[in-house]
Design a protein around this ligand. Structure first.
Ligand code: G6P
Length: 362
């Protein structure tokens, strides 16, 4: 029961939940390991995944952002085409479905009404659904054919943190086990790589002052803040922007680096904070070119890069992790920057205005 959960020595649930992320990674690895130490999932889920010609991920908010990363994981590791949809839009913009669709609902609470409405609809149409949730026995779990649990422990802060990284880890396991079942050989030892990511997350949780400093330097008087990235970094930028707006009320947006020139660069003024993620080798040069473009127009730029890709002047260099798992680590600075920005502004971090932890109305 949520009321039994204590903050302990933490001033806020959000900070406690950020710190729990390395432990949650280790719990997830354990929960999905078989007796031989190999990652394993329910054989019915494996079958449903292998039989699907297309996967439709449906979610809201932070879970939707995890779904965007999940699409990359499933397409790269399991070679199944994936579409990601906002639950609230699905009803009106119902995509033309493939012959053998599988629906994946991602929901921390398992109670989100927008997602449930889609589940009810696709079940009526006779389709199969897998729910990835933190809450066993939740509505979405009960009404789906299959469930995978997040093992993140209760998440109390309205702004989701550990559920996001747990969702990505579970999606990685789903993708990798499915890929292996389909005979796809991936150059990825997921148990090992998730362990490396967990250690890297711990290093970041121990470096809180760095991110408090970034928040103090870039955001005290900010009226807006932009997050830029390319490829998977773009999706993490969307989540970083959501965290910042949810709890600090600073208007924040995540942009794909390449789209800046198509309109959004018009928003850059003297001192506009721009936080850039650079964790992907394939786009390292092009995202850095974008940073130069906004800096030339007066932006205060803050580059968060990854070991092996760093350049002098980067504000923070993340420990290296597998390039498909970078969201697990790159999101942590963004969670902490949002936390400290909200704290410095005197905002109610755990209970931001107008928001609810679980939205059970459509
Ligand atoms: C609410 C919460 C968000 C969350 C979203 C989806 O809006 O404030 O933090 O991401 O619902 O919730 P779910 O439980 O379905 O993941």
């Amino acid at each position: 029961d949520a009321t039994d959960i204590e903050k302990g020595t933490y001033p806020h649930f959000m900070l406690k939940e950020i710190d729990e992320q390395p432990l949650v990674m280790r719990k997830i690895i354990q929960a999905y390991q078989n007796a031989d130490g190999d990652l394993e999932i329910d054989s019915d889920i494996k079958q449903a995944m292998s039989a699907a010609d297309r996967i439709y991920i449906v979610a809201c908010g932070t879970s939707y952002h995890a779904g965007l990363v999940g699409k990359q994981l499933i397409e790269k590791l399991a070679a199944i085409p994936v579409e990601v949809h906002l639950a609230s839009e699905f009803g009106y913009n119902m995509p033309l479905l493939s012959e053998k669709p599988l629906f994946i609902f991602i929901s921390q609470s398992g109670e989100t009404a927008d997602s449930r409405a889609v589940l009810v609809k696709v079940k009526e149409m006779g389709h199969r659904a897998l729910t990835i949730t933190n809450v066993p026995g939740s509505t979405l779990s009960r009404e789906s054919d299959y469930t995978m649990l997040l093992h993140a422990g209760p998440e109390i802060a309205v702004a989701s943190t550990k559920a996001y990284t747990a969702q990505i880890a579970v999606l990685a396991i789903l993708a990798s086990v499915t890929g292996a079942a389909k005979g796809i050989t991936a150059d990825l030892d997921l148990v090992k790589e998730l362990g490396i990511a967990a250690n890297a997350m711990e290093t970041l949780c121990d470096a809180k002052e760095e991110f408090e400093q970034i928040a103090a330097e870039y955001l005290p008087a900010a009226i807006n803040c932009f997050f830029i990235g390319r490829s998977i970094d773009h999706f993490v930028g969307l989540e970083g922007a959501l965290k910042l707006k949810e709890i600090s009320y600073i208007q924040a947006e995540g942009f794909a680096g390449g789209e800046l020139k198509h309109g959004t660069i018009a928003l850059i003024e003297e001192q506009t904070p721009v936080i850039a993620l650079a964790t992907q080798a394939g786009v390292n040069g092009s995202i850095r070119a974008n940073v130069k473009e906004v800096a030339a127009r007066g932006a205060s730029t803050c580059i968060i890069s990854m070991q092996g890709l760093e350049t002098e002047g980067d504000r923070f260099v993340l420990p290296a992790v597998h390039e498909l798992l970078t969201p697990l680590v790159s999101v942590i600075p963004l969670q902490l920057i949002a936390y400290y920005a909200a704290l410095h502004r005197g905002c109610d971090v755990d209970k931001p205005r107008n928001l609810a932890k679980s939205v059970t109305v459509e």
